[in-house]
Each structure stands twice: as C-alpha cells, then as structure tokens.
Design a protein around this ligand. Structure first.
Ligand SMILES: *Cc1c(COP(=O)(O)O)cnc(C)c1O
Length: 645
C-alpha cells in the first residue's frame, strides 16, 4: 500500500502537498501552492503572478456568494488557445506546410457565455471559428462577433429550420459550412437551395475505419451514428454536383471521439481521411478545408499514459502528426494541401474552471463517544470492554476476531430481549473502537491482511460536501471520469485523514470515491482533520469541459454561483461577472412548479387556519413572507441568497 513514511525530522511543507496531490503532473503549469498553504492559479505559468483561491472565496463570501461556487479563469482559456495555435504554427513551420490552420470551438463542450466570449475575445485574431451541433447553438453562434475568415461549422442532425438558419448566416457574410452527416440532409439542402439567397458551403462528414479509444470510443468507427460511408460519400457528391452545387463542397470532416487517449489512433485517422481528401481532389471535387474534429485529450490523472483519464501525447505531437500526416499524403497523391481545421473543445476549456465546495461534516463507522462506566455491565459488554482495553500491536488480529464474536453475541442477546438499548449502544461503540484500534495496528504491518483491507474501506471516513455530483460533476457519476481533487487551503499541513466525498443529494451514487493516483485509482483522498467552527474547502479541478452543460437537477439542486477571476497587469486579482446560482424557485420552475401558485397554495392553508382562529396576530403575513423569501434562497446548504435589489 505504497504509503510514504517520513522520518520525524521531515517537516511537512507545501512541497509535500504538491506531490501528495500530484499537482505538477496534471496541472499543466497552471496551479501551485502558496507559502501560506493556499491553492493558487498562475495564468501565465511560474513567471507570472498568482491568484490565491481562498482569498477569492473570502471576497465572494463578503459579496454574498457562498460555496459551492464555480470559479472561471478566462486567462486559462486564452493560454490553452495560445498553446493550440502555437503548436500548429510550429508544426507548419517545421514541415513547411503551405496552408493555414484554423481552430473552431465546438460550443457543445461549454456553451456558457463567459467561456465562448472569453475564447472569442482572444481567438478573433487567430481566426477562431465556432462549431454548432444544433439549431439553437447555431442561432447563438450567428449573433456572436467572429473574425471574417473564421468558419461557422454546422454539425449534428439538421431539419429545415436549422438549414434555413445556416443560409441566413451565409447571407450575413459568414463563412458557414453545413456538414452533411446523413444522405437525407442532402435532400433537404437541394430542396431548400432555390429559396435561399445564398447557399452555404457544404461539408462532408466521413465515417472512418479508424476508431477512437477511451470512454468516448462509441462516437467513431463504422457503426457510429454520424458520417457517410464511402459509397454514400460518392453518391452524395454526385447528387450535389448534378444539382449545380458542386462548387459549394468545401470541407471534409471526421471526428473519432473525445479524449482520444492514444496518439496512434489520431495518426491512423488523419492518414485515412487525408487519403479520402486526396482522391476527391483528384476527382475534381474542390475541397479546401480538412476538418480533423475534436479528440485532443487532457491528462486528468497526470500519468501520461493511454489510461482513460490520460493521454499518451502532448499538444505539439498532436499538431505535428496532423500536419505531417496530411502533407505526406498530399505529396504522394500530388494534390494541393488543404487548410487544416480542428474542433478542440475539451483541450481549450478543461482547465479553466474550479468548483469549490465546503465540507459540512464527516461520517464514519467509529464515532466513538465515551461509554457509560456501569459497575456491573452484562457479561458480553464486559468482554467487549476488556478486549477494547487489552488490544495491542501483538494481539490485534486475535482481539479483533474476539471483538467480532462478542459483537455477534451481543446482537443475539439483544434479539432475545436480554439487553436493553443502552447496552446495545455501549456494545456497538466498544466494537467500533476495537475495529479502529485494530485497523491502526494493521496499517503499521508490512502486509495488510485482506480482512483489514476490507475493514479499512468500511471504516473510511466520508466527508460531506456541499454540492451535487449530478449537477456539477455529471461525468463522474455517468462515466466514472476522474478529476483532480485538492483542498484549497491548509496545504502546508499534513493531511492526516483518508476520506471519500459524499454529496448532499439523497442518492448513494452522489459520492466521489475514486481519485487519481500514479498507477491506479485510489478510493480515498488525503484530507485534513476538520476543525469545529472553521470552514474546510475542497476544489474539483479541470471541470471546464462538458461538466458545465450536462448537469441535472437531482433533488432540485441547481446551478451553482459563478464568478470570473482574473489577474491584472499589476498582479492583483479581479472578480467580474459574478452570477447567482439557482434559487429554489428557479429549479422548481424548471419542473413546471410556478412559485406564485405554490405561494397561493400556502395562502389557502393559512387563510383556512385563520378562519378557524388557529393563527396569532400577524402570523399569517409572517408565514407567507417567510415562504416567499425561502423560495428565493440558494438550493445548497448555507445562508440565503441575498436579495439582488
Ligand atoms: C464533441 C465534438 C467535438 C469536441 O471534441 P473534444 O474532444 O471535446 O475536443 C468536436 N467535433 C465534433 C463533431 C463533436 O461532436
């Protein structure tokens, strides 16, 4: 159980926490720990200044935003986009690639306005385009200010409304490309083309033989629900040409899934697609863009392997393999190189946000209160007490087994009516104390016997976190995706507790009990002993991709408070765009419960009570006002959301 043992003289420092939580491995240089023990974000790496996360929480608390809160760091969006663009520039220089590279942000990965705006603000000068996967996403994209050469790519299944919106975007001068996912979409385009004043560009999504890897593997390969087979590709190009729209075919697209863990999969896919591109060019189809989709992964566990939560490549290798692969095939086939487009979403957004929550207490099998010292307890309680007092490092296995036996005896005596409730309470307390002590000795042994390994799992503490996994970490419960989890303060203190984290929903799946570790997944996290009366904050990191958009309202827990956090030029932390999370009335409304009607329901009850003389003076108004006020509060544990007015 590779526990690191330190001699008495080794002091626990923030450096120790850097390695306990493996921050350097997964942090991409963006996170570190300040000398005061607080987690910090450094948007421009070690050279630049730091944002003290605890300080941000305290400022927000003063403004009435309590945890749970989602902190967005727009500068991390910029930094990631910068690395992506730089990687492709370097690759194009190295392999003498004659055509440009254009990034497009797939908005489904995070449609939040601060995220899309944040990316566009910085990305406009790099020709950052947008990729929409639905009619609504397209309508959003049309209203955003992008650069003229940037692409607006329309993916997903389309109806005539979606296509008409694309035509409107084309009319407005946008470089819009409707990607054909299925042959029936060609019928729709051909039917509608006459009524459009401007026909959008047409892209073709192909199904590749090559498949992705990892948790999202299904979205690729021959059986994927998207894309054209080779036969369909040829047929559709012919039909489009016959309708006189051949000139509009501009882009070839593939997407082999998200979080591709192995670079080999990307290389194979790129070459296969480049070959299709080259053959179509040779056949006279004027494709200009080669869109390699998404899939560029994030090393969530910092292992640099092809494990699900990792990637065995870096951004530069990714860009090199794409640029080199396409160039080589085009050279062999003697066709002009395409403009390269990629639709990275996870890589751009994953790092930019941290969800911070407070721990509300802990659960454990051994909440050992003191036991009554009765003079003459029943024999079984007496035996348990003797065992509890006599257990030591030499006899702990034997004494633990004795404890198990006495406990069973105790339950059987209770079932037969021979013990009272107080005896049972004492017996249970003593037994768990024996288990706790035995466990402590077992941990010191060189090899932990199996029964103690199981016991450790049962005895493990659970920290109750003020959040809903279903709302804020949907991929953790749906896909077992792991995110780095780190306390945001006290990191100069040794974390002496091993705990899993449970949320406040009434659902046993609302638990985070898998954590990243070097080679395996561990089932508990190093945390600090809770100090009564003092808050303890835990951060879930790298939650910027997908988690923002897919959460559900289990138990009516709603969206959490948010704020953007920036470091300005003189190194001070700025907060902006603070946004309140849902209040109870907001989540009730989502499910069709009108809060005015609910209040009217309460009013009917108090009126009836008043009629019967059951209410004191002024109580009716107080109850009604109180109910209304409560509907306006944050859905999480804590104080009320202060009135906006
Ligand atoms: C989801 C999706 C993406 C984004 O993939 P990431 O792995 O997050 O970069 C890109 N393109 C298409 C077509 C998608 O469906």
């Amino acid at each position: 159980m590779g526990k690191k043992k330190r001699g008495k003289t080794d002091r626990y420092t923030v450096e120790s926490s850097m390695s306990t939580y493996r921050i350097r491995s997964w942090g991409n240089g963006y996170f570190h720990i300040l000398p005061n023990g607080n987690l910090a974000v450094q948007p421009s790496g070690e050279a630049g200044g730091s944002i003290d996360v605890l300080e941000v929480l305290e400022k927000l608390k003063e403004e009435g935003y309590r945890t749970p809160v989602l902190l967005r760091f727009p500068q991390l969006l910029e930094a990631q986009l910068h690395s992506l663009v730089e990687a492709f520039s370097a690759a194009r220089r190295e392999f003498d690639y004659p055509e440009p590279y254009l990034p497009a942000f797939p908005v489904k990965v995070n449609q939040q306005s601060p995220v899309v705006q944040g990316l566009l603000n910085y990305g406009r000068k790099h020709g950052l385009g947008l990729e929409a996967g639905s009619g609504a996403e397209l309508l959003g994209a049309i209203g955003l200010d992008t650069s003229p050469e940037s692409l607006l790519i329309c993916n997903g299944y389309k109806d005539s409304d979606y296509l008409d919106s694309a035509a409107m975007a084309a009319r407005l001068g946008r470089n819009v490309i409707v990607v054909v996912e299925k042959p029936f979409e060609v019928d729709q385009i051909l039917d509608a083309a006459d009524r459009w004043s401007k026909v959008p560009g047409i892209g073709l999504r192909i199904k590749l033989q090559a498949r992705g890897s990892g948790l999202w593997e299904k979205s690729s390969g021959f059986t994927s629900k998207f894309g054209l087979t080779t036969l369909q590709l040829l047929q559709e190009i012919k039909r489009i040409g016959e309708a006189g729209l051949g000139e509009n075919i501009r882009l070839l697209h593939f997407h082999i899934g998200s979080q591709i863990t192995q670079i080999r999969k990307i290389k194979t896919a790129v070459r296969e697609a480049a070959r299709v591109y080259a053959k179509l060019r040779q056949a006279g189809v004027g494709i200009r863009y080669m869109d390699v989709g998404g899939g560029l992964g994030i090393d969530y566990d910092g292992s640099r392997t092809s494990a699900d939560g990792s990637v065995n490549y870096g951004i530069q290798e990714y860009a090199n393999d794409i640029v080199f692969g396409i160039r080589e095939v085009c050279e062999q086939e003697k066709v002009a190189c395409p403009i390269i487009v990629s639709e990275s979403g996870r890589m751009l957004t994953g790092y930019h946000s941290i969800l911070v929550t407070d721990v509300r207490g802990s659960l454990s099998g051994t909440d050992t209160e003191t036991v009554r010292l009765e003079q003459d307890p029943p024999k079984v309680i007496h035996d348990l007490r003797e065992t509890e007092q006599g257990i030591n490092i030499k006899n702990y296995r034997e004494y633990y087994h004795d404890g198990l036996e006495y406990r069973d005896q105790m339950y059987s005596l209770f079932d037969h009516g021979m013990l009272d409730l107080e005896d049972k309470a004492d017996g249970e307390t003593l037994f768990w104390s024996i288990a706790d002590k035995a466990m402590a000795y077992a941990r010191r042994a060189r090899f932990m016997p199996e029964e103690f390994a199981d016991l450790e799992t049962r005895l493990r503490r659970k920290y109750i976190c003020n959040l809903s996994v279903f709302q804020s970490l949907p991929d953790h419960f749906a896909l077992d995706q792991l995110f780095p989890v780190v306390p945001v303060h006290r990191l100069d203190e040794e974390p002496t507790v091993q705990a899993s984290l449970v949320d406040i929903t009434c659902d046993s799946d609302g638990e985070v009990d898998k954590f990243i570790d070097l080679r395996e997944i561990k089932d508990s996290l190093e945390v600090h002993e809770l100090v009564p009366g003092k808050p303890y904050y835990i951060g879930f990191l790298l939650v910027g991709a997908y988690q923002d958009t897919m959460g559900c309202h289990h138990n009516l827990f709603g969206r959490v408070h948010e704020a953007e956090v920036l470091l300005d030029e003189d190194g001070t932390t700025q907060l902006r765009n603070q946004r309140r999370g849902h209040a109870a009335r907001d989540t009730l409304r989502i499910f069709g419960h009108d809060d005015e009607e609910l209040a009217a329901g309460v009013e009917r009850v108090v009126s009836a009570m008043e009629g019967r003389g059951d209410l004191g003076g002024g109580e009716r108004e107080r109850i009604l006002a109180d109910y209304r006020q409560r509907l306006g509060r944050y859905t999480y544990l804590g104080e009320s959301v202060r009135d906006r007015s």
